[in-house]
Write a protein that binds this ligand. Structure first.
Ligand SMILES: [Mg+2]
Length: 120
């Protein structure tokens, strides 16, 4: 599921022209970080999406765009989605098997000591 979504996200980014020129890995990582900062700012400004965006997803494209911009865009939840979209696009670009890496890391983390031996 995750790899399928990564491929779809990356394919969309290619179609939208984000890969028209050679990508710079450092820039791509910084753009992921910029979305993290946007999530922080959304929280600082108490910008949260409605608890259920299901009804918005049911709208036709024309009404969806307006409803999304009015209720979801630039909220904390929207920025979390942006973080994952950028990470998954990068995984698709670099052909990283994100599913297996997440499973492997979770299994490794489960065997680590509390707080992985750190203060926090
Ligand atoms: Mg954003």
């Amino acid at each position: 599921m995750i790899n399928k979504l990564s491929s779809e996200i990356h394919r969309n980014a290619v179609e939208k022209g984000f890969y028209a020129e050679q990508r710079n890995l450092g820039e791509m990582l910084c753009l992921i970080h910029s979305e993290v900062s946007e999530a922080l700012e959304a929280d600082r400004n108490d910008r949260y999406a409605p608890s259920d965006v299901g009804p918005i997803l049911e709208l036709d494209d024309a009404h969806f765009k307006t409803a999304f911009e009015d209720n979801v865009k630039n909220t904390f939840e929207d920025e979390l989605a942006d973080i994952l979209i950028r990470v998954m696009d990068l995984a698709g670009y670099k052909q990283v098997d994100l599913e297996k890496h997440i499973v492997a890391k979770m299994r490794y983390n489960a065997q680590r000591i509390a707080k992985h031996g750190k203060k926090y």
